[in-house]
Design a protein around this ligand. Sequence first.
Ligand code: G
Ligand code: G
Ligand code: MN
Length: 424
Amino acid sequence: MSLDRCRSAALQRIEAQLTEASWEEEGIRAVLLVGVNRLRQLNLSHGYRRVDRLLEALAQRVEGFVSGKGIAERIGNADYLIVLQGIRNPGHARLALARLHALLSAVYAIDGETHHLSLAIGAALFDPAQAPADLESCLRRLERALLNARQTPEGYAFDGDRQTVEEGIIDWDLEHDLRQAADRGQLAMYYQPQQRLDDGRLHGVEALIRWRNGAQGFVRPDLFIPIAERSTLIEEITTWTLNAVMREMASRNGIGHVSINLSAQLLQRQDIVDDVRAALAIWGFDPARLVLEVTESAVISRLDQAVDTLQALRELGIGLSIDDFGTGYSTMTYLRRIPACELKIDRSFIANMTGQTMDAHIVKSLILMARGLQMRVVAEGVEDEETRALLRDMGCELIQGYLLARPMPLAELDGWLEDASGRQ
Ligand code: G
Ligand code: G
Ligand code: MN
């Protein structure tokens, strides 16, 4: 039977369960949508045969879980719709969801090798005492909940759990466009130079993504990255970014260090390590030149999950940098656990350094602290000569900011570098 006929039969069975009158005394119904994250990536790393065996094992666990409690239907390659009966109250449903997520995420042994599946579960509750559930709207609620689930640390969410549900609808079109941006050639990397203060030479560049959208013009990353972070889109954008930057920078050895911003959400899983390793190999990029930036607040808020991934990244021979430093309330104790080699002092402190002495004191202490931790320190957002001079006096090693140059496309960077070497 073709996939769509299978699916429509499965959906009919779900609909029958939802509208079943005999359930009325049995409490509310919970409908769950289970999805495996990064299936493509799994296929890539393990091959179809092994992934099929993994999905079979997943199917067995799903069946085991619902047995006697409801029904489960496979509606996509690795997507399941589940209806649970006899749910007493929302707390009971949440408990069931947590148990299901733990069960399906537990380690799988296939041919003596162990595997993990990363999955998200979206859920919605229906009270038969209210209006009967309609399948279309139910599926929409589940899809939304699943999108939200992907950005929670638990990996599951109920429809209506959070504000982002509303935002999710508003942002829908932007997300849809963003999915096609890379294929349409609308994404580009811009580069902003970093200068060494001791000898004035170029230290490297920070790569910053730009999206040129036909209808909207430039869309800023602080708008679209958070939207991408709500789904697996951030993984696709990251893969695109890593490869675009390394392709453009591999032959430009003279540029030195190249920093790429990494969404801290990716640190929850080790997949990012494979992505970085793969890109380094494809482009023959020297790992010693690569620096990945993660923001302080994002790392601290999920330190336990992040530390292992950061350590694995470090083992690739690349550098790690803590971005927007000073805004995240981290203590020395936390910092010591992060295997970073660089701190970037947030530009909000740099902006007022020359006017407000308090900010100058803060910057000074951050520089000393970085030195104590044996980390390189970068001041970002340096816009004038006076600030540069002050930072040099304070022993800051590196600066970045409009004083040197704005972020610029590759073609412009080549010209800028030529001019800069002329000035040396
Ligand atoms: O110039 P600017 O508007 O590029 O950057 C705004 C914000 O977007 C910054 O906080 C920066 O760290 C983030 N950002 C820029 N490029 C990228 C990218 O390629 N990936 C991620 N995750 N964030 C980025
Ligand atoms: O969060 P992150 O540090 O990655 O952000 C980099 C952001 O800082 C980008 O949006 C970049 O365009 C911006 N930026 C770089 N230099 C300056 C500067 O001198 N002044 C200001 N206001 N912004 C800057
Ligand atoms: Mn940055």
